[in-house]
Design a protein around this ligand. Structure first.
Ligand code: HEC
Ligand code: HEC
Length: 298
């Protein structure tokens, strides 16, 4: 039953993707060039979003041999602290880590693994090669995909929950009402999106992959960041880029500022972080009920 729903949903999804791929081919070369230029100017934010989305889509591109190689490195080397399933022990959960979510072949986790964070209990592993780290990265993405794949099964029969229980979860346990209002930002949300798209946005609010693919302008809530410099200055603004070594932002006046992370203390406030943290916490019932509730907001 479920299986049939899932297969149907999957083929619909694949069809949608291939249709839009054909459409995308027709998008003029000029558009592509403009996108390429934009990417050159600001590669990280776009790439980061794309990586995060690809990882959340369940990663059909994951290379199983790399997953296995990565596991063989991870379990004996890192499992002691991060758990063999990477869900965290004395060290943090790496399946839910945004740093891991945004990683592409080791570009964000590589520096952490090579340099460690010795002051915070993460040892350095300078001898791991770039290839080995890429394999570890693939393994970690496969773990994140396992968590989110659970939700792929919901797609076929999305609106089967109990709306009343969904309403309770929305106001109570889910703390949704602390950021959203069903008469404000979420008013008529069910007329704005189809159930599947609504579910996707509820689980992980991010721009639609196909819209991004077609180069459409997509509006997203900006990520805020506050930097405390060694000299005691406090600078807040919209995050441009962050890695192990530098952080850059646009401040309230619109000025671009960049800081070395060696001396500055950085506090990132991603408005979507609450959603990421909820992902592994929902039970299947919570999700069905919530969606049924949101579907009443016509
Ligand atoms: C001795 C325990 C220990 C071992 C072994 C260990 N880690 Fe860690 N790791 C930690 C701790 C503790 C932190 C959190 C550091 C902090 O608070 O910034 C961490 C942080 C990280 C982070 C950053 C997570 C984030 O969201 O910022 C990554 C990535 C990571 N470890 C990967 C690995 C990998 C890969 C290995 C194996 C090659 C490994 N760790 C081995 C203890 C360990
Ligand atoms: C800490 C604040 C916070 C909490 C708690 C929170 N959200 Fe969100 N939610 C956001 C932000 C930020 C966005 C993205 C808005 C954007 O990008 O324009 C969002 C987006 C959404 C969207 C997509 C809206 C759209 O128009 O695309 C839905 C649906 C949603 N949240 C439902 C929920 C539900 C249900 C819960 C509780 C289980 C919840 N949210 C909890 C902050 C929060």
């Amino acid at each position: 039953m479920r299986q049939a729903h899932f297969v149907r949903a999957l083929s619909a999804l694949l069809l949608a993707v291939s249709l839009s791929a054909a459409q995308a081919d027709q998008v003029a070369g000029a558009e592509k060039e403009r996108n390429a230029q934009q990417q050159k100017k600001d590669p990280t934010q776009k790439e980061k979003t794309e990586n995060a989305l690809a990882n959340l889509m369940g990663g059909p591109k994951l290379d199983q041999a790399a997953v296995d190689r990565g596991r063989k490195i991870f379990v004996p080397t890192c499992g002691f602290c991060h758990g063999n399933d990477a869900h965290g022990k004395s060290g943090p959960d790496l399946v839910r880590s945004t740093l891991v979510l945004h990683d592409n072949k080791g570009d964000t986790i590589g520096p952490v693994i090579h340099n460690g964070r010795p002051d915070r209990g993460m040892p350095a592993f300078p001898s791991l090669t770039t290839d080995q780290i890429a394999d570890v990265s693939t393994f970690l993405h496969s773990r994140a995909a396992d968590v989110t794949n659970r939700f792929a099964y919901q797609i076929g029969d999305v609106v089967t929950g109990d709306a009343r229980k969904g309403a309770e979860f929305f106001k109570g346990e889910g703390h949704c009402a602390s950021c959203h209002s069903t008469s404000g930002d979420l008013a008529h949300i069910a007329t704005k999106y189809q159930a599947v798209e609504l579910q996707r946005r509820m689980l992980y609010p991010a721009p639609n992959l196909i819209d991004m693919f077609l180069g459409k302008a997509v509006k997203t809530a900006p990520i805020k960041v506050t930097v405390h410099t060694a000299s005691g200055e406090e600078v807040s603004g919209t995050l441009d880029h962050i890695d192990e070594f530098t952080v850059s932002l646009h401040d309230a006046a619109g000025w671009y500022r960049s800081f070395s992370r060696e001396t500055a203390k950085v506090d990132v406030q991603d408005p979507r972080a609450a959603h990421e943290a909820l992902l592994p916490k929902y039970t299947d019932d919570d999700m069905h009920n919530l969606l049924a509730y949101l579907e009443t907001l016509k």
